[in-house]
Design a protein around this ligand. Structure first.
Ligand SMILES: [Zn+2]
Ligand SMILES: [Zn+2]
Length: 265
């Protein structure tokens, strides 16, 4: 299984997963044109995508859905609650539906098994998930109020984790770009995850298996890649020497502006 985060942040999220002959695009928060461009940039053919999976209706995850779905001509796996909340109106006609999914039920796309689970986030039916292919497992949660017990349990035994590290609390408080109401939403337990909250997860709940820990959905206004990276590395280093030796090698950053390197599992 190979994973590439095509883009991650409040300006748009999309992830490409390839396992055997199965190619899945997860979330369509970039424009149709940009999604096509980035898929080609990482060496894949957009027209070979077998399915699109949508985690929730927020614009940074679903705004390109109707255009991308039509362009790549792939079925969309989305829950009815999420599709209704997308408010696509007539554009819904552009969408070829895949299986009806929900945040509470496992499903498969070709050779890839998805195990979604409900998360604290202010959307209709949002989910984080693990993916499995031939005994390889990856976990992803890019919009999350906080790392609750279920996330800790589901993310055990993963070979890679893609995890939200949205904001640095002091930077968010001081940020003049956002109104206070938005800051409250971001900081709430239904909002987004801080660098500190991810550090707590890595220190207390992470089982240590994943060799790739990708920090995702970093805010452009209230975070900095090096601040987020350092918080995650320090959290890993605070654990036993077993973890600290290669903490810096494990931690990677997903960027809003460009795809990550392929993560080969
Ligand atoms: Zn969201
Ligand atoms: Zn988001």
């Amino acid at each position: 299984m190979r994973i590439c985060i095509l883009g991650s942040g409040s300006s748009g999220n999309a992830t490409l997963v390839v396992a055997g002959e199965t190619r899945v695009l997860i979330d369509c928060g970039l424009s149709g044109k940009e999604t096509m461009r980035r898929i080609q940039e990482v060496g894949e053919d957009p027209h070979k995508i077998n399915a699109i999976v949508i985690t929730h209706e927020h614009g940074d995850h679903a705004s390109g859905l109707h255009v991308v779905a039509k362009t790549v001509n792939a079925p969309v796996f989305i829950s009815s609650a999420t599709l209704n909340a997308c408010k696509l109106g007539d554009k819904v006609k552009n969408i070829k539906r895949g299986d009806e999914i929900s945040s509470a039920q496992d499903f498969a796309v070709g050779a890839i098994k998805f195990h979604p689970f409900t998360i604290p986030h202010d959307a209709a039916d949002p989910f984080a998930y693990t993916l499995e292919y031939q005994g390889i497992k990856a976990g992803m949660a890019v919009d999350l109020g906080y790392y609750h017990g279920l996330a800790a349990e589901r993310f055990r035994d993963c070979d890679a984790l893609v995890l939200e590290s949205n904001y640095e609390t002091d930077m968010l408080r001081a940020c003049t770009y956002y109104p206070w109401s938005l800051k409250q939403r971001i900081m709430s337990r239904q909002g987004h995850t801080s660098n500190d909250e991810l550090a707590r997860f890595l220190r207390d709940d992470f089982d240590g298996k994943a060799q790739h820990v990708v920090l995702a959905h970093l805010s452009q206004n209230s975070n900095h890649p090096e601040v987020a990276r350092l918080a995650a590395i320090q959290a890993l280093e605070a654990r036993s020497p077993l973890f600290s030796a290669d903490a810096a090698r494990r931690v990677k950053i997903a960027n809003y502006a460009a795809p990550t390197d392929w993560i080969d599992l």
